[in-house]
Ligand binder design. Structure first.
Ligand code: AHM
Ligand code: MG
Length: 336
């Protein structure tokens, strides 16, 4: 019986990654191990995020613990969790975190072949009010013959071997791609396992939602202004689009993947490169969106083609449904 089979034969994220691995007979299982350490980090942060409100209420946050240390802020704690999980995997080499100015080079005895770029807790302005936040990550393989240098991560996003995010929301959802489509997993708290709930995510070809911080409109360029104007006052007889903006990239991109539409953080006069970081925000999300059949554009070209010059570089970004991104691309071409 199909329903029974579902309950007794669960596709956990580990099982899924092992299946993927078995398609590559040469694979040594290193990526599988690395990913399982990232998954552990996500579970840890999920549990900390869920307890955060309570901890505040009973006076833990900002308090000192038994060792006399101050309780760590959630974003600092999340960063420590991921760094430790990655180092202890024995499979990581160069690490880039939004929280660290400089790249981290794993010590020789624990080094592996993978470089991980990540934002341990994105959407920090939403932490204190209980709105969804998330972790974003991307994985590169070390260049042939390299011992691990910053050059190993200053590579276009299309070179990533895997990317994903984990959203700490009403449920804990992890979306992962190892380059063969995008798949969504939901944490079953009673099992402590991520279960495949959104197999082979395909973003609708065209959406009805636009997602942008419209408070910056005064400083936008012409193509962005025209796009949003058309979304609100369509001239072709179609219905206006809905606006949804959470201000948490993971949540805004997750909705865009499932419901379609466009998410944008454009350039503006005050921030000519937008706000979002190329390595650990723009690249992983663009990777997932392309894997789901959508597009990601910078205002100049394909986002995954950017060659970053420094690890915390920013870029404008327009990503989502294929047709919606075509429209913004046309507006930029017309403005040239
Ligand atoms: P953060 O890394 O400081 O949390 O900033 C990134 C966040 C994204 O999650 C979100 O898309 C964006 O900032 C929202 O920015 P704004 O408040 O300018 O709209
Ligand atoms: Mg961030």
């Amino acid at each position: 019986h199909a329903a029974d089979a579902q309950r007794t034969d669960l596709m956990t994220i580990t099982r899924y990654v092992l299946n993927e691995q078995s398609k590559h007979p040469e694979a040594r299982g290193d990526l599988t191990i690395l990913l399982s350490h990232i998954v552990l980090g996500c579970k840890f942060v999920c549990s900390a995020v869920n307890k955060a409100g309570l901890a505040k209420l009973i006076g833990l946050a900002g308090d000192t613990n038994i060792q006399g240390e101050e309780q760590k802020k959630l974003d600092v704690l999340s960063n420590d969790v991921f760094i430790n999980a990655l180092k202890s995997s024995g499979r990581a080499n160069v690490l880039v975190s939004e929280e660290n100015e400089e790249p981290i080079f794993v010590e020789a005895s624990k080094r592996g072949r993978y470089c991980v770029v990540f934002d341990p807790l994105d959407g920090s302005s939403n932490i204190d009010c209980g709105v969804s936040i998330g972790t974003i990550f991307g994985i590169y393989m070390l260049q042939e013959g390299s011992e691990g240098t910053v050059a190993d991560v200053l590579k276009p996003g299309k070179n990533m071997v895997a990317a994903g995010y984990c959203m700490y929301g009403s449920s804990c959802t992890l979306v992962l791609s190892t380059g063969t489509g995008a798949n969504g997993f939901t944490l079953d708290p009673s099992l402590g396992e991520f279960i495949l709930t959104h197999p082979n995510i395909k973003i609708p070809k065209k959406g009805k939602i636009y997602s942008v911080n419209e408070g910056n409109a005064k400083n936008w360029d012409q193509p962005t202004t025209s796009y949003v104007e058309k979304a609100k006052f369509p001239i072709d007889g179609s219905s206006p689009k809905s606006l949804r903006y959470i201000g948490s990239m993971v949540a805004d991109v997750h909705r865009t993947l499932l419901y379609g539409g466009i998410f944008m953080y454009p350039a503006d006069k005050k921030s000519p490169n937008g706000k979002l970081r190329v390595l650990y925000e723009v690249f992983p999300m663009s990777f997932l969106v392309e894997q789901a059949g959508g597009q990601s554009f910078t205002g100049q070209g394909r986002a995954l083609d950017i060659v970053p010059k420094n690890i915390h570089e920013r870029s404008p970004i327009f990503l989502g449904s294929y047709d919606d991104v075509e429209e913004i691309k046309a507006l930029y071409s017309a403005a040239e």
